[in-house]
Design a protein around this ligand. Structure first.
Ligand SMILES: Nc1ncnc2c1ncn2[C@@H]1O[C@H](COP(=O)(O)OP(=O)(O)OP(=O)(O)O)[C@@H](O)[C@H]1O
Ligand SMILES: [Mg+2]
Length: 286
């Protein structure tokens, strides 16, 4: 079932000036309810602009954004309600922490929603757990946290609003492999247990392959490719034309296949490669 649909959405920054810059050009897109969708593309191709459309921070010049089949701009006075339903975690959100304690920071969104104290407390704890923050961190000042912990606190703040759609702009940027893994694994658990739909921007094909069943590739303000992992990674030449590529492990498996190993072309993660290779290697040894 489609939860979010973009229909012929266009957007130009600085309209009517010499600096006018068409950032989104005739975008058509459907997002499946409960899915985790990855958005990839080069710097400046329009990913962040697209994300800002989804929760009504930016309004399309033309075209429509339908949430559950309803145009989110039908009644502009109600657009703030859309921001509760579609939660956006911006790039480097840790710079937006400001409260005295981590707990108060995470509670900020739910408080704005005018929920009662008990419900707020419950949501803060659940969100902290999904984001991978241990309870002892909740009463610290955000400024005592490590970089990765601050990032998780900011993500928890949006999760605590329990948006139906959680949208994240490069949530793992600048983190080490363990930090990236923690963030993505937490998102996946959140999606599974809450039933929310997740849309995530990443520059890492490895993260995309590991966690996102559907992929959207943007180029120059337009949708360039879209589909399942197999559909997108199955066309490596097309990805290379815009300077992107398939995951490293997929290239390695392709080389082994050329060398005669009977390996499937749709291997995109280290885990899948390991599962396919171990029996072959064991067989050789025997
Ligand atoms: N506030 C703004 N005013 C004017 N132009 C902007 C603004 N924000 C973005 N742009 C331009 O719109 C285009 C799309 O930018 P956007 O930030 O959406 O790309 P992106 O894919 O998120 O890039 P990155 O990977 O670097 O984050 C770029 O040409 C950018 O320079
Ligand atoms: Mg961006």
């Amino acid at each position: 079932m489609t939860i979010l649909e973009l229909s012929d959405v266009c957007y130009t920054y600085d309209k009517g000036t010499p600096e006018a810059n068409e950032a989104l050009s005739h975008i058509d897109l459907k997002i499946e309810k409960g899915s985790m969708t990855g958005l990839i593309g080069h710097t400046g191709c329009g990913k962040s602009t697209l994300l800002r459309m989804l929760n009504g921070l930016l309004r399309p010049d033309s075209g429509k954004i339908l949430l559950d089949g309803k145009d989110i701009w039908e009644n502009p006075k109600e657009i703030s309600k859309v921001r509760f339903r579609v939660g956006l975690v911006m790039q480097y959100p840790e710079y937006q922490l400001f409260d005295e304690t981590v707990r108060a920071d995470i509670a900020y969104g739910p408080k704005n929603m005018k929920l009662d104290e008990q419900e707020i407390a419950r949501r803060v704890e659940a969100a902290a757990s999904f984001a991978g923050l241990t309870p002892d961190l909740l009463d610290k000042s955000p400024f005592e946290l490590s970089g990765g912990q601050k990032r998780r606190a900011a993500i928890a703040g949006v999760m605590a609003m329990q948006p139906e759609i959680l949208v994240l702009d490069e949530p793992a940027a600048g983190l080490d492999p363990k930090g990236r893994e923690d963030i993505f694994a937490g998102l996946e658990r959140y999606r599974r247990e809450s039933g929310a739909t997740v849309i995530v921007v990443s520059h890492s094909m490895e993260d995309m392959a590991r966690y996102c069943e559907r992929l959207i590739v943007m180029n120059d303000g337009a949708i360039y490719m879209e589909g399942t992992q197999a559909q997108v990674f199955g066309e490596p030449e097309k990805l290379m034309q815009i300077g992107l590529g398939v995951p490293e492990v997929t290239r390695l498996v392709a080389k082994l296949r050329e060398g005669g190993m009977p390996l499937s072309p749709d291997i995109y993660t280290v885990e899948a490669a390991k599962a396919a290779l171990l029996p072959l290697l064991g067989g050789e040894r025997a």
